[in-house]
Design a protein around this ligand. Sequence first.
Ligand code: ZN
Length: 885
Amino acid sequence: MKTAGFALAATVLFMTPMAGASAAAAEAPFNFDRAPGRLPKNVVPLDYDIAVTPDVATRTFTGKESVSLQFRTATDKIVFNTLDLKLWNVRLDGHPVAGVDSDNAKQLTTLTLAAAAPAGIHKLTLSYSGVIQTRPQVLFVQPYAKVGGGQGVMLTTQMESTDARRMFPCWDEPAFRAKFRLTATVPADWATIGNMPVAKRVVHGKLATTTFERSPRIPSYLVEFTAGQLREVSAKSGKVSFGVWAVAGRESDGAVALANAQQILADYDRYFGYPYPLPKLDSIAIPGGFSGAMENWGAITYNDQLLLLSKDSSMSDRQDVYSTQAHEMAHQWNGDLVTMGWWDDLWLNESFASWMAAKETDLRNPSWKWWESEDVSKEDAMKADARVTSHPIQVHVTDELQAANAFDPTITYNKGEAVLRMLEAYLGPDTFRAGIRRYIKARAFSNATTADLWNGLSAASGQNIGRIAADWTEQAGFPLVSVTAHCEGGRRTLSLSQRRFFLTPPEDPKLEAVHWSVPLQIRAAPGEAPKAVLLTREGQQVAAGSCQEPLSVDAGAIGYYRVQYDPATLAINTRDFGELPNGDRIAMLDDQWALVQSRGAPLASYLALAERMGGDLDARAWQQITAALGTIEFDERGSAGHDAFAAYARSIIKPLEARLGWASRPGDTPNVQQLRRTVIGDLGAWGDPDVIAEARRRFAAFVRDRSAIAPDDQPMILGVVARYADAKTFDELHALAKQSSDEAEKGRLYRALALTRDPKLAAQAARIAIGPEIPPQLQMLRLRMFFTMSTERPKLAWATFRGNIGPLLSPFGSLAPLIEAQYVPQIFWDSLPPDQMEAWLKAHVPAEMGPQIAKGMEGARFQVAQKAQLVPEAQSYLAARASHS
Ligand SMILES: [Zn+2]
């Protein structure tokens, strides 16, 4: 599953809820009998036949189910999952059962038989009814504005993690794989999509009954069903039929996704050495309401903005579509073909899909420099993982119900992705792939634990990979590697040591005494290839070229660790900073900034690197710098030194504007275009009068002619104009937002409104964000507007958000408590004192979210403390600088 990234600081939110909080013990390979879970293993479902008839008008459905069961022992009890279902006519092998006890609190139904039935195959049949949801969970209705006018409604499903039990009685744990054959009766003018192709369709009056082919053995959370006035664009490639589905009138916007899907599937067939096993792969655009995307086998669902592209879509929209498809399609292997045995190994699904998606996106779109942009998500993970409240990638989950809200996407997705990339670089891509192929082949159509993965990689590499890798998946945090260079006869020898890195050093120093086997990539001179070194011992010595050359101990920014260089080496790296390879430089900027934040290095040491970037045009390095400068500029607001710091920040990036200009040039890579937008947008935010004037000129042209600003440039120009808008400009922006018929453009215009600095106009923007004019398929935009507003009007954003929290979070379904507990305090940290925020959260968020509140509050308090630290430090840096010049 993947969720829509929010605009702010690439905060990756909203993914599958899962996982608890204590360290996992080393695991054994998958074994069905030992797989955790609450359901007894003596009765195993083999084959479900499920027929549902939804009634959209009454928001209910009825169902009939027949399931073949294997009794592994004689028993008079059958236990399975149900929630909010009413069961009747329950029979085993045609005979009514003696008792049916459904317990909604436990989400279990227990059937009692009149007498024990013997071991062997039995058939359970039953009738039932349930509720169609209006939030994106289980079987839900999705309203939308139809192309050409009017309201439409469609049905679709979202089962992960534990909602299949609300649509049909089932053994709803991932180890209970079974075959599913689904039948559905819906209006005859509706299209129907399931995991498998349609086997049979019978029209009777105004209704039609569709039966899909029987699926292979899958876990219940991957079952999918969608129906509505949908159309597709389709293609056949090799043995697989591809379809991209959208609401009628938008299907042609699926053309790019259709081509992407064919390319990605062919690449994955080759990579995994195991061809995609289903006859078809549908991609379904859900019009809003549903966040992110879900990897249902053969029928992937997407928020429509992550699948459809119009002429008004931007490059970043295209990148979102490609990378999201690459993520969900990677799950067709890691997740669907091979499923984690229990939720504590969710990382086998999500880290893998994230890593594979980045690799594929980079492979097929080299000009995007995708791994450089993924550095943002790695930094997000390291920020969360540098706190005492962090937890390991593998977490212990005893009960899926309590686990449902205790999930940390930064760790499970982003850290896992980074750790896999580091391991791949250490083993070499060919050996790593050989290990993955062994793992997939060994566990196909079944389940796996982390131990199965290590076994595959160990067999392929001839090394005990589990011993190296378990440090990274079973321990929270990551190391700070300290590097001390010694010189003898001009030759350099490094002495290396490590301790756990914290942004706020813990009261108990024992927490720092954690060790990892660290796969380093050491580059001893800019032109040389990096050398892989495994750091295992304190004080380990490594030869590293000549003393006068710059040194990178995280070449290519591939490592999930930080590096602190001794002062002499840092001075050489600073001197030659402009000459280093992009990745090495990105890693040094990330590390030096983190050291400043943890008070392990002076701010001056970081700014010295930033000032040495010169005319370099690498977007990620500059984004790292403008984000850091932007943090200080924000913290300085309201203080006496603000304007001087803003002028300093502008002076660092102003030469780039002169060099890049405002207009895209032929041959500009997406990376350079991105850099141009970053530089101009930040200059505008930091008050550059020329940039503000130019943005206003361009906006005036845009009001007359909507093609005057390219979609990609709109966020930058509209953002500058909106920040300094007067009432007339605000009204113009607002009118454009209301008129726009393109969802992507509409979203850009409304988000710009949320940046308005004028207090009265900002209050108007807040009213718009909660008002009726936001269409139903853009529900999630409302929350985005408040998150955006928190950067310019933090108190107003918080007050309005707090007063409307229910409707603002409802589109996020079961993820709402997680967003509230963990992310809200880190977004609104500057809106009210931390103690008040904490008290409010404790009063509003379910008690079991305590660990998430702790994470969120640690992040909020860190930002408050950082502000108190950075403001005087920046001011004394500028004072010292002024006295030197
Ligand atoms: Zn995923």
